[in-house]
Ligand binder design. Structure first.
Ligand code: ZN
Length: 340
Protein backbone atom coordinates (compact mmCIF):
# COMPACT_ATOMS: atom_id res chain seq x y z
CA UNK A 1 0.00 0.00 0.00
CA UNK A 2 0.98 3.63 0.01
CA UNK A 3 1.20 5.71 3.15
CA UNK A 4 2.69 8.79 4.76
CA UNK A 5 6.02 8.92 6.60
CA UNK A 6 7.67 11.85 8.38
CA UNK A 7 11.45 11.72 7.96
CA UNK A 8 12.29 14.96 9.74
CA UNK A 9 11.17 18.57 10.04
CA UNK A 10 8.99 19.46 7.02
CA UNK A 11 9.98 16.23 5.27
CA UNK A 12 6.69 14.39 4.62
CA UNK A 13 6.82 11.57 2.08
CA UNK A 14 4.02 9.56 0.54
CA UNK A 15 5.62 6.26 -0.31
CA UNK A 16 5.30 2.51 -0.67
CA UNK A 17 4.68 0.86 2.72
CA UNK A 18 4.12 -2.72 3.80
CA UNK A 19 0.45 -3.79 3.71
CA UNK A 20 -0.80 -3.87 7.31
CA UNK A 21 -1.52 -7.37 8.54
CA UNK A 22 -3.32 -8.88 11.50
CA UNK A 23 -0.67 -9.29 14.21
CA UNK A 24 -2.79 -9.82 17.33
CA UNK A 25 -6.07 -11.78 17.18
CA UNK A 26 -7.80 -8.62 18.50
CA UNK A 27 -6.70 -6.53 15.48
CA UNK A 28 -8.74 -5.29 12.53
CA UNK A 29 -7.55 -4.07 9.16
CA UNK A 30 -9.40 -1.08 7.70
CA UNK A 31 -9.56 0.16 4.14
CA UNK A 32 -9.57 3.87 4.92
CA UNK A 33 -12.32 6.04 3.46
CA UNK A 34 -10.79 9.36 4.54
CA UNK A 35 -7.88 10.61 6.58
CA UNK A 36 -6.63 13.99 7.69
CA UNK A 37 -3.80 16.04 9.12
CA UNK A 38 -4.02 16.87 12.83
CA UNK A 39 -2.80 20.03 14.53
CA UNK A 40 -0.72 17.75 16.75
CA UNK A 41 0.98 16.30 13.63
CA UNK A 42 2.47 19.77 13.21
CA UNK A 43 4.52 19.46 16.44
CA UNK A 44 6.92 16.87 14.93
CA UNK A 45 6.46 18.40 11.45
CA UNK A 46 7.80 21.73 12.72
CA UNK A 47 10.58 20.05 14.67
CA UNK A 48 9.20 20.95 18.12
CA UNK A 49 8.94 17.20 18.82
CA UNK A 50 12.16 15.58 17.60
CA UNK A 51 11.93 12.93 14.86
CA UNK A 52 14.61 10.31 15.61
CA UNK A 53 13.55 7.90 12.90
CA UNK A 54 10.99 7.98 10.06
CA UNK A 55 7.51 7.70 11.59
CA UNK A 56 4.22 6.61 10.01
CA UNK A 57 1.79 9.53 10.28
CA UNK A 58 -1.92 9.89 10.89
CA UNK A 59 -4.11 8.89 13.81
CA UNK A 60 -7.61 9.99 12.73
CA UNK A 61 -9.51 7.51 10.63
CA UNK A 62 -12.76 6.14 9.31
CA UNK A 63 -13.04 3.22 6.98
CA UNK A 64 -14.48 -0.11 6.04
CA UNK A 65 -13.41 -3.21 7.93
CA UNK A 66 -11.48 -5.44 5.57
CA UNK A 67 -10.45 -8.22 7.92
CA UNK A 68 -10.56 -9.04 11.64
CA UNK A 69 -8.47 -11.27 13.89
CA UNK A 70 -9.82 -14.51 15.39
CA UNK A 71 -10.67 -12.96 18.77
CA UNK A 72 -12.72 -10.04 17.41
CA UNK A 73 -16.40 -10.59 18.27
CA UNK A 74 -18.39 -7.42 17.53
CA UNK A 75 -16.62 -5.71 14.66
CA UNK A 76 -17.24 -7.42 11.31
CA UNK A 77 -15.82 -7.15 7.80
CA UNK A 78 -17.87 -4.77 5.66
CA UNK A 79 -18.83 -2.45 8.53
CA UNK A 80 -18.04 1.26 8.35
CA UNK A 81 -16.26 2.22 11.56
CA UNK A 82 -14.87 5.19 13.45
CA UNK A 83 -12.09 4.80 16.00
CA UNK A 84 -9.92 7.06 18.08
CA UNK A 85 -6.23 7.87 18.31
CA UNK A 86 -5.73 5.51 21.24
CA UNK A 87 -6.77 1.89 21.02
CA UNK A 88 -8.45 0.66 24.20
CA UNK A 89 -10.01 -2.59 25.39
CA UNK A 90 -13.06 -0.64 26.69
CA UNK A 91 -13.44 -3.27 29.43
CA UNK A 92 -10.78 -2.54 32.07
CA UNK A 93 -11.62 -0.57 35.17
CA UNK A 94 -10.11 2.63 33.75
CA UNK A 95 -12.08 2.31 30.50
CA UNK A 96 -15.30 1.60 32.35
CA UNK A 97 -14.80 4.79 34.32
CA UNK A 98 -14.61 6.69 31.03
CA UNK A 99 -10.85 7.08 30.56
CA UNK A 100 -10.25 4.91 27.51
CA UNK A 101 -7.26 7.06 26.52
CA UNK A 102 -5.58 5.79 29.73
CA UNK A 103 -6.71 2.18 29.24
CA UNK A 104 -4.36 -0.28 30.97
CA UNK A 105 -3.88 -1.84 27.50
CA UNK A 106 -3.62 1.50 25.72
CA UNK A 107 -1.82 1.49 22.36
CA UNK A 108 -1.60 3.90 19.43
CA UNK A 109 -4.95 3.78 17.59
CA UNK A 110 -3.39 3.35 14.17
CA UNK A 111 0.21 2.17 14.68
CA UNK A 112 0.78 1.71 10.95
CA UNK A 113 -0.34 5.33 10.32
CA UNK A 114 -3.75 6.50 9.17
CA UNK A 115 -2.63 8.85 6.39
CA UNK A 116 -2.54 5.74 4.24
CA UNK A 117 -4.70 3.44 2.18
CA UNK A 118 -5.04 0.80 4.89
CA UNK A 119 -4.47 0.70 8.63
CA UNK A 120 -4.13 -1.89 11.36
CA UNK A 121 -6.27 -1.08 14.40
CA UNK A 122 -5.45 -2.91 17.66
CA UNK A 123 -8.16 -3.95 20.16
CA UNK A 124 -10.80 -3.61 17.46
CA UNK A 125 -13.81 -4.50 19.63
CA UNK A 126 -12.92 -1.91 22.25
CA UNK A 127 -11.67 0.79 19.92
CA UNK A 128 -14.02 0.88 16.93
CA UNK A 129 -17.63 2.02 16.74
CA UNK A 130 -19.66 0.89 13.71
CA UNK A 131 -22.12 3.28 12.08
CA UNK A 132 -25.72 2.07 11.52
CA UNK A 133 -24.89 1.43 7.84
CA UNK A 134 -22.61 2.64 5.08
CA UNK A 135 -22.69 6.45 5.33
CA UNK A 136 -23.60 8.73 2.44
CA UNK A 137 -20.48 10.51 1.15
CA UNK A 138 -21.43 13.86 2.68
CA UNK A 139 -21.35 12.42 6.22
CA UNK A 140 -17.82 11.05 5.96
CA UNK A 141 -16.01 14.31 6.89
CA UNK A 142 -18.14 14.69 10.03
CA UNK A 143 -17.60 11.05 11.02
CA UNK A 144 -13.87 11.52 10.48
CA UNK A 145 -13.91 14.58 12.75
CA UNK A 146 -15.41 12.43 15.51
CA UNK A 147 -12.23 10.34 15.47
CA UNK A 148 -10.25 13.13 17.11
CA UNK A 149 -11.02 16.84 16.78
CA UNK A 150 -14.73 16.64 17.60
CA UNK A 151 -14.18 14.11 20.38
CA UNK A 152 -11.34 16.22 21.76
CA UNK A 153 -13.30 19.48 21.61
CA UNK A 154 -16.23 17.69 23.24
CA UNK A 155 -14.03 16.41 26.06
CA UNK A 156 -12.64 19.93 26.49
CA UNK A 157 -16.17 21.21 27.01
CA UNK A 158 -17.06 18.40 29.41
CA UNK A 159 -13.78 18.91 31.31
CA UNK A 160 -14.56 22.63 31.57
CA UNK A 161 -17.95 21.70 33.10
CA UNK A 162 -19.90 23.43 30.33
CA UNK A 163 -23.64 23.35 30.87
CA UNK A 164 -26.85 25.37 30.71
CA UNK A 165 -26.53 28.94 31.93
CA UNK A 166 -22.74 28.95 31.69
CA UNK A 167 -20.53 31.47 29.97
CA UNK A 168 -17.83 29.65 28.07
CA UNK A 169 -14.61 30.97 26.52
CA UNK A 170 -12.63 28.97 23.98
CA UNK A 171 -8.89 29.64 23.62
CA UNK A 172 -7.65 28.38 20.26
CA UNK A 173 -9.31 28.62 16.84
CA UNK A 174 -7.96 25.43 15.29
CA UNK A 175 -10.31 22.55 14.50
CA UNK A 176 -10.44 21.45 18.16
CA UNK A 177 -11.26 24.93 19.43
CA UNK A 178 -13.94 25.44 16.78
CA UNK A 179 -15.52 22.09 17.60
CA UNK A 180 -15.33 22.91 21.31
CA UNK A 181 -17.61 25.82 20.42
CA UNK A 182 -20.00 23.36 18.76
CA UNK A 183 -19.79 21.05 21.80
CA UNK A 184 -20.47 23.95 24.18
CA UNK A 185 -23.59 24.82 22.22
CA UNK A 186 -24.78 21.20 22.25
CA UNK A 187 -24.14 21.02 26.00
CA UNK A 188 -26.38 24.03 26.54
CA UNK A 189 -23.99 26.91 27.21
CA UNK A 190 -25.71 30.28 27.36
CA UNK A 191 -22.86 32.38 26.03
CA UNK A 192 -19.86 31.18 24.03
CA UNK A 193 -16.91 33.48 23.48
CA UNK A 194 -14.55 32.33 20.73
CA UNK A 195 -11.06 33.80 20.83
CA UNK A 196 -9.79 34.20 17.28
CA UNK A 197 -8.20 36.81 15.08
CA UNK A 198 -8.79 35.04 11.75
CA UNK A 199 -11.90 36.03 9.87
CA UNK A 200 -12.63 32.64 8.28
CA UNK A 201 -12.32 30.93 11.66
CA UNK A 202 -14.48 33.56 13.38
CA UNK A 203 -17.19 32.90 10.79
CA UNK A 204 -17.11 29.18 11.41
CA UNK A 205 -17.13 29.74 15.20
CA UNK A 206 -20.27 31.85 14.83
CA UNK A 207 -21.84 29.18 12.65
CA UNK A 208 -21.02 26.56 15.31
CA UNK A 209 -22.71 28.61 18.01
CA UNK A 210 -20.32 31.30 19.28
CA UNK A 211 -22.14 34.38 20.58
CA UNK A 212 -19.08 36.64 20.91
CA UNK A 213 -15.68 36.94 19.28
CA UNK A 214 -12.61 38.23 21.11
CA UNK A 215 -9.55 39.02 19.01
CA UNK A 216 -7.16 39.92 21.83
CA UNK A 217 -4.89 37.22 23.18
CA UNK A 218 -2.68 36.59 26.19
CA UNK A 219 -3.35 38.87 29.16
CA UNK A 220 -5.23 41.31 26.93
CA UNK A 221 -7.51 38.44 25.91
CA UNK A 222 -8.08 37.48 29.55
CA UNK A 223 -8.84 41.12 30.41
CA UNK A 224 -11.39 41.25 27.58
CA UNK A 225 -13.12 38.11 28.89
CA UNK A 226 -13.33 39.70 32.36
CA UNK A 227 -14.73 42.87 30.81
CA UNK A 228 -17.46 40.84 29.06
CA UNK A 229 -18.39 39.00 32.28
CA UNK A 230 -18.84 41.82 34.83
CA UNK A 231 -15.21 41.52 35.87
CA UNK A 232 -15.67 37.91 37.00
CA UNK A 233 -14.32 35.75 34.18
CA UNK A 234 -15.98 32.87 32.34
CA UNK A 235 -17.44 29.86 34.17
CA UNK A 236 -15.80 27.48 31.73
CA UNK A 237 -12.72 27.95 29.58
CA UNK A 238 -11.53 25.42 27.01
CA UNK A 239 -7.79 25.52 26.29
CA UNK A 240 -7.23 24.06 22.81
CA UNK A 241 -3.69 25.16 21.99
CA UNK A 242 -1.19 23.74 24.46
CA UNK A 243 1.26 26.62 24.83
CA UNK A 244 2.21 28.40 28.05
CA UNK A 245 0.59 31.60 26.82
CA UNK A 246 -2.69 29.86 25.99
CA UNK A 247 -2.80 28.06 29.34
CA UNK A 248 -2.17 31.25 31.31
CA UNK A 249 -4.73 33.08 29.16
CA UNK A 250 -7.21 30.31 30.02
CA UNK A 251 -6.56 30.34 33.78
CA UNK A 252 -6.70 34.14 33.89
CA UNK A 253 -9.98 34.17 31.91
CA UNK A 254 -11.72 31.87 34.42
CA UNK A 255 -13.67 33.09 37.45
CA UNK A 256 -12.94 31.75 40.93
CA UNK A 257 -14.62 28.36 41.20
CA UNK A 258 -14.70 28.04 37.40
CA UNK A 259 -13.20 25.30 35.27
CA UNK A 260 -10.47 25.13 32.64
CA UNK A 261 -10.66 22.07 30.37
CA UNK A 262 -7.32 21.67 28.61
CA UNK A 263 -7.00 19.52 25.52
CA UNK A 264 -4.13 21.11 23.60
CA UNK A 265 -1.05 18.88 23.98
CA UNK A 266 0.93 20.87 26.56
CA UNK A 267 4.39 22.06 25.57
CA UNK A 268 6.62 23.88 28.07
CA UNK A 269 3.76 25.07 30.24
CA UNK A 270 4.82 26.35 33.66
CA UNK A 271 2.03 27.49 35.91
CA UNK A 272 3.11 29.83 38.72
CA UNK A 273 2.08 27.95 41.85
CA UNK A 274 1.11 30.90 43.98
CA UNK A 275 -1.09 32.47 41.31
CA UNK A 276 -2.77 29.14 40.67
CA UNK A 277 -3.29 28.56 44.40
CA UNK A 278 -5.16 31.81 44.83
CA UNK A 279 -7.14 31.48 41.57
CA UNK A 280 -9.61 28.86 42.83
CA UNK A 281 -9.72 27.54 39.28
CA UNK A 282 -10.35 23.84 38.52
CA UNK A 283 -7.78 22.63 36.02
CA UNK A 284 -8.51 19.35 34.27
CA UNK A 285 -7.87 17.79 30.89
CA UNK A 286 -5.45 15.57 29.01
CA UNK A 287 -5.68 13.28 26.00
CA UNK A 288 -9.40 13.06 25.29
CA UNK A 289 -11.08 9.72 25.95
CA UNK A 290 -12.75 10.06 22.56
CA UNK A 291 -14.07 6.49 22.74
CA UNK A 292 -16.32 7.51 25.65
CA UNK A 293 -18.14 10.00 23.44
CA UNK A 294 -18.06 8.18 20.07
CA UNK A 295 -21.45 6.42 20.19
CA UNK A 296 -23.19 9.69 21.07
CA UNK A 297 -21.23 11.71 18.50
CA UNK A 298 -21.89 9.17 15.74
CA UNK A 299 -25.61 9.41 16.56
CA UNK A 300 -25.63 13.19 16.42
CA UNK A 301 -23.86 13.11 13.05
CA UNK A 302 -25.95 10.27 11.64
CA UNK A 303 -29.17 12.11 12.50
CA UNK A 304 -27.67 15.31 11.01
CA UNK A 305 -28.08 17.29 14.25
CA UNK A 306 -24.48 18.51 13.99
CA UNK A 307 -22.19 19.13 11.02
CA UNK A 308 -18.65 19.17 12.44
CA UNK A 309 -17.20 18.16 9.05
CA UNK A 310 -17.27 21.85 8.15
CA UNK A 311 -13.87 22.24 9.82
CA UNK A 312 -12.32 20.61 6.76
CA UNK A 313 -11.71 23.54 4.46
CA UNK A 314 -9.24 21.78 2.20
CA UNK A 315 -9.66 18.41 0.49
CA UNK A 316 -6.74 16.75 -1.26
CA UNK A 317 -6.02 13.39 -2.81
CA UNK A 318 -4.07 11.36 -0.24
CA UNK A 319 -0.90 11.40 -2.36
CA UNK A 320 -0.79 15.20 -1.92
CA UNK A 321 -0.55 14.81 1.87
CA UNK A 322 2.61 16.97 2.03
CA UNK A 323 0.61 19.93 0.70
CA UNK A 324 -1.94 19.30 3.47
CA UNK A 325 0.81 19.70 6.09
CA UNK A 326 2.13 22.84 4.39
CA UNK A 327 -1.32 24.42 4.16
CA UNK A 328 -2.03 23.80 7.84
CA UNK A 329 1.45 24.86 8.96
CA UNK A 330 1.09 28.13 7.04
CA UNK A 331 -2.46 28.47 8.41
CA UNK A 332 -3.88 28.55 4.88
CA UNK A 333 -6.19 25.73 5.96
CA UNK A 334 -7.95 24.96 9.24
CA UNK A 335 -7.85 21.23 8.55
CA UNK A 336 -6.97 19.15 5.51
CA UNK A 337 -9.02 16.11 4.54
CA UNK A 338 -7.25 13.44 2.51
CA UNK A 339 -9.02 11.13 0.08
CA UNK A 340 -7.30 7.78 -0.47
ZN1 ZN B 1 -9.17 -0.44 29.17
Amino acid sequence: MQGTMLYGPRDVRFEERPDPEIIEPTDAILKLSAACVCGSDLWPYCGVDPVKQPIPMGHEYVGIVEEVGGAVRNIKPGQFVVGSFFASDNTCEICRSGYQSSCIHRQPGAPTGAQAQYARIPLADGTLVATPGLPPADLIPSLLSASDVLGTGWFGAVAAAVGPGKTVAVVGDGAVGLLAVLAARELGAERIIAMSRHEDRQKLALEFGATDIVTERGDEGAAKIKELTDGLGAHSVIEAVGTHEAMMQSIRSTRPGGHVGFVGVLHDVEIPGEEFFFSHVHLYGGPAPVRRFLPELVNLIWSRKINPGKVFDLTLPLEQVAEGYRAMDERRAIKALLRP
